[in-house]
Design a protein around this ligand. Structure first.
Ligand code: ADP
Ligand code: MG
Length: 245
């Protein structure tokens, strides 16, 4: 099954397109790494995929439906860029925030014991059960990002879309976080990950899309590593990030 499909998608904020003539598909079970230099249109492309921007031309489908008509938001867990930074979030506890992810499944806003158990399971899976009663705005970046994932799990999301989710997160938590993503992917959840560290992406993703306004490369990870896509896409700006093992 195709989870996301873009055909000849172009989008501009002003005159210059931020995304130009991009066609690509994400299949069920994929772990897609979306890479490209700063300002290359990664966030814009993800917003287009999720229906947060409408394309100027081209077409976009989400779970086989035109994205403009798609109304099953609970199937998507989205961690936006800078979601891990402090401030701006509502004064709710972790459990409350994760429980919100469950409301789409609860009839008439009433949570059953099974719904509450699903919330507990989600907290357990991402390793923050002990933080359930803490305020979300008191969490560290890494803990907060886990809370967002738990909310997506509680809503039984089929697709997780993450925009540079580990910015500001320490190296150890980052590693654990990417292991969590890998195991969620192994359990069948489709993942789209924007990440500036190319090494992380080639270690974890099974497919890579490399963009710089236009799509430079879209393939399985092995072909990407063997290709010139990085040099081509980053060439103009020369800011390739090297992985530190
Ligand atoms: P990336 O996520 O790869 O860093 P973005 O998608 O954020 O790239 O940005 C792509 C281009 O679009 C950049 O030139 C950026 O300056 C521009 N851009 C992004 N958001 C806006 C906006 N809200 N209004 C105008 N231009 C924008
Ligand atoms: Mg971005």
């Amino acid at each position: 099954m195709t989870v996301v499909s873009l055909e000849n998608v172009t989008f501009a904020y002003a005159e210059q397109p931020a995304v130009k003539d991009v066609s690509l598909t994400v299949d069920e079970g994929d772990f897609l790494g979306l890479v490209g230099p700063n300002g290359s249109g990664k966030t814009t492309l993800l917003h287009l995929m999720l229906g947060l921007h409408s394309p100027d031309s081209g077409s976009i489908e989400l779970f086989g439906e035109p994205v403009a008509a798609f109304d099953e938001g609970e199937r998507i867990g989205y961690v936006s860029q800078q979601a891990t930074s402090r401030g701006g979030s509502m004064p709710v506890t972790v459990r409350e925030a994760v429980t919100m992810g469950r409301f789409a499944h609860a009839g008439h806003g009433r949570l059953t014991d099974a719904d509450r158990a699903t919330v507990d399971d989600a907290l357990e899976t991402v390793g923050i059960a002990d933080l359930a009663d803490r305020q979300v705005n008191q969490l560290s970046g890494g803990q907060r990002q886990r809370a967002y994932i738990a909310r997506a799990l509680a809503s039984e999301a089929d697709l997780l879309a993450l925009d540079e989710p580990t910015v500001g997160v320490d190296a150890e938590s980052r590693d654990a976080f990417y292991q969590l993503l890998e195991s969620l992917n192994a359990s069948g959840i489709t993942i789209i990950l924007i990440e500036h560290d190319i090494g992380v992406v080639t270690d974890r993703a099974n497919r890579i899309a490399c963009i710089n306004t236009e799509l430079y490369h879209h393939s399985d990870t092995e072909s990407f590593v063997e290709s010139d896509a990085l040099t081509e896409a980053y060439g103009a700006t020369g800011q390739v990030l090297h992985h530190h093992h």
